[in-house]
Design a protein. Structure first.
Length: 331
């Protein structure tokens, strides 16, 4: 009875592995370390270095570890890169997911939890966004995730497999106990970048556009603490284990903060007045993305405990500081 966590050496997967281990589950992490780090795999989890699209390897891992459920985090995640390298994104996010799903079905794994994204909605017609909105992704990244959702839906009809696809809004923060956090080599996420500016890892940062139709002109997003998100995965697994139907669920708190509000919170919590420039809009940024977050609360009984912007920021800052000392000690 082991959970296979693909991408468990990365940001969200390592937090999910921690949540599973904290709940007394056995975990095996499969990660090719293209972005993740061996040290990010939580103590107590078994680790296999390899590709989730390698069917023979995954078949062996499932058999050797008696895997009964899969949480699939492995993937390529940078939206602008997906525009430049679309075929690479379809290979890693769609083709490799197909391979993983094939082995899951062949091996009799019945429960599958998938990392999807609010990016599947594209430019939504209104906000908050509920799960029944049309899927109209505007990037290859969003399309690659939508295609995997479709494969899951079809496979779940044809085979003895049930799934939950979790559509994450803006994931941020770090494990409150300091055991993991966001370490991506190519940081693009706002709270990560602002935390780097506050801790001196980068000299300044920019706001991408101040002329949106929002109260302060900057974009609004629904920031969700990574540990609340990790717990949602554990609850989704329990839901499937007690016979829950396959479903898709938004993961957000149902409220939003503007870029300016986020930067203000990072300055307040850190006590550092770092330099912020004004830059042009970043292509493809919708003005506001807020989740309708009722379904996940109702169906999974999910009750977030870190729904506080300053909490999210504090944990992100603590992690950024700890990364600096890690680099110093590694030098
Ligand atoms: N971070 C976000 O805000 C966000 C938002 C929505 C959805 N997601 C999704 O959540 C998942 C995890 O994202 P993250 O932020 O933790 O990213 P991450 O880059 O930190 O983690 C991804 C991990 O997957 C591994 N990986 C990539 N391709 C692989 C492959 N073919 N085989 C094995 N391992 C592979 C990487 O080495 C890395 O450790 C992704 O699927 C991403 O699309 C993330
Ligand atoms: O240095 C920065 C970084 C970001 N931003 C702004 O901050 C907001 C949030 O940007 P992020 O890059 O942190 O996040 P996105 O909303 O672009 O995208 C993230 O959330 C999406 C869902 O909302 C998808 O899940 C996607 O995979 C994930 O990267 C945007 O308005 C962006 O323009 C800045 O102003 N300056």
């Amino acid at each position: 009875m082991t959970v296979l966590v693909t991408g468990g050496a990365g940001y969200i997967g390592s937090h999910a592995a921690l949540a599973l281990l904290d709940g007394g589950r056995d975990v095996v992490v499969l990660d090719n370390l293209s972005q993740g780090h061996r040290w990010a795999v939580p103590t107590g989890a078994a680790f296999v270095e390899g590709d989730c699209g390698d069917e023979d390897l995954v078949r062996r891992v499932i058999a050797e570890h008696d895997v009964t459920a899969i949480m699939h985090f492995a993937g390529s995640i940078i939206v602008p890169d997906s525009v430049i390298y679309p075929l690479e994104y379809y290979r890693n996010n769609t083709v490799n997911s197909r391979a993983l799903l094939q082995v899951a079905v062949d091996s009799g794994v019945k429960h599958f939890i998938f990392s999807s994204t609010a990016g599947v909605y594209g430019e939504p017609k209104a906000t908050p966004i509920n799960e029944d909105f049309a899927l109209k992704p505007i990037s290859p990244y969003g399309t690659s995730k939508m295609m995997t959702e479709k494969m899951l839906a079809d496979a779940a009809i044809a085979h003895d497999l049930r799934y939950v696809a979790l559509r994450y809004f803006n994931v941020a923060g770090a494990d409150p106990k300091g055991r993991s956090g966001q370490t991506s080599r190519k940081a693009t996420h706002l709270i990560k970048i602002a935390s780097q500016a506050a801790t001196g890892t980068r000299p300044q940062m920019a706001i991408y556009g101040e002329d949106y139709e929002t109260p302060d002109g900057t974009c609004i997003r629904d920031y969700i603490h990574v540990s609340d998100l990790a717990n949602a995965h554990v609850l989704a697994l329990e839901y499937l284990e007690r016979g829950g139907e396959s479903d898709v669920m938004n993961c957000g708190y149902g409220r939003g903060f503007s870029v300016r509000e986020v930067i203000g919170a990072v300055k307040k919590v850190s006590g550092v007045d770092f330099e912020v420039e004004l830059a042009d809009r970043r292509p493809g940024d919708p003005a506001a993305l807020i989740a309708a977050a009722d379904r996940i609360r109702q169906k999974l009984g999910w009750t977030p405990v870190h729904d506080d912007l300053e909490d999210i920021v504090r944990h992100a800052l603590d992690w950024e500081q700890s990364l600096k000392s890690r680099e110093v000690s590694a030098a």
